[in-house]
Design a protein around this ligand. Structure first.
Ligand code: GDP
Ligand code: MG
Length: 264
């Protein structure tokens, strides 16, 4: 009923949740928590790992890039360092991504969500050809949303907060997909400060003005840019460790998926 004119080729389900964020923001731990939540609530999930270099996963993946490409082998074979190895591994996997899409299409009737973990280093997914190919392959077939994971305790520093928001902003405009700001680790620091800064840029400026490394005019201009960005997204506070915020997260995913269906 809410599907727009361009959505005729896109099924309603499953919804793809791309979990992206800075290294150490807690993507993999959050994946584990989300998987637990789906089991608990009888939500039908499918789980995918796209990090070629992760040593051990806390969750069981239905599709794991490591089953197809061995990143250490790729490093040796192409004489690459770790980052080149990860990037090349993901490129190799991306060339076969149509197979991944057909696997999901075959199971589509039995699935509510596909949860996708991405490499630790954010730019390997967000600023690479393979990341773009994979995102596009998902988004042209299923409703797709981006969960941008933020390390909340680290973002209490205004400069870090702004860098993180600018990065999220760049992902929103690059992918043009609904984005959920997912403030993680709220067991350590509540995300209330972030909501206040997003609602009232003067509150942010006051906090930032104590930081000598930012000129007030630059901060002011950037806050205004971000103000428009904030209007275009949802934010939730979660803890991958305590499990707080899971309902809010999935509610935001549902609203974002509706938004996707209306837009595409
Ligand atoms: P990734 O690189 O984004 O996949 O991050 P990881 O999931 O590997 O987590 C990085 C670190 O943050 C690990 O030490 C986790 O235990 C920790 N971490 C992740 N989520 C939370 C959380 O919600 N609360 C706390 N306190 N620590 C977390
Ligand atoms: Mg990880």
């Amino acid at each position: 009923s809410s599907s727009g004119s361009g959505s005729s080729n896109i099924r309603r389900k499953p919804v793809i949740i791309l979990v992206v964020g800075m290294a150490g923001s807690g993507k993999t731990t959050l994946m584990h928590r989300l998987v637990c939540h789906t089991h608990l609530k009888d939500i039908r999930g499918y789980v995918m790992n796209l990090d070629p270099a992760v040593m051990t996963l806390p969750y069981a993946a239905n599709i794991d890039v490591r089953d197809t490409v061995k990143y250490k082998e790729v490093m040796k074979q192409f004489n690459l360092g770790p980052n080149g190895g990860i990037l090349t591994s993901l490129n190799l996997f991306a060339t076969k991504f149509d197979e991944v899409i057909s696997v999901i299409e075959k199971r589509a009737d039995q699935l509510d969500y596909v949860l996708v973990d991405t490499p630790g280093q954010i730019e390997i997914f967000t600023w690479s050809a393979s990341g773009a190919i994979i995102t596009e392959a998902f988004a042209s077939t299923f409703p797709t949303v981006v969960a941008y994971v933020v390390d909340t305790p680290r973002s209490e520093d205004p400069t870090t907060f702004m860098s993180n928001m600018l990065y999220a902003c760049s992902i929103l405009y690059k992918t043009r997909l609904p984005l959920i700001l997912t403030f993680n680790k709220v067991d350590v620091a509540a995300h209330q400060f972030a909501l206040e800064w997003m609602e009232d840029f003067e509150a942010f400026q006051t906090a930032a003005s104590s930081d000598q490394s930012y000129t007030s005019t630059l901060t002011q201009s950037l806050s205004l840019v971000l103000d428009e960005f904030y209007n275009n997204l949802k934010s939730v506070g979660v803890s991958a460790v305590s499990g707080v915020g899971m309902e809010a997260f999935f509610n935001a995913v549902e609203t974002s998926a509706e938004e996707y269906m209306e837009t595409y």
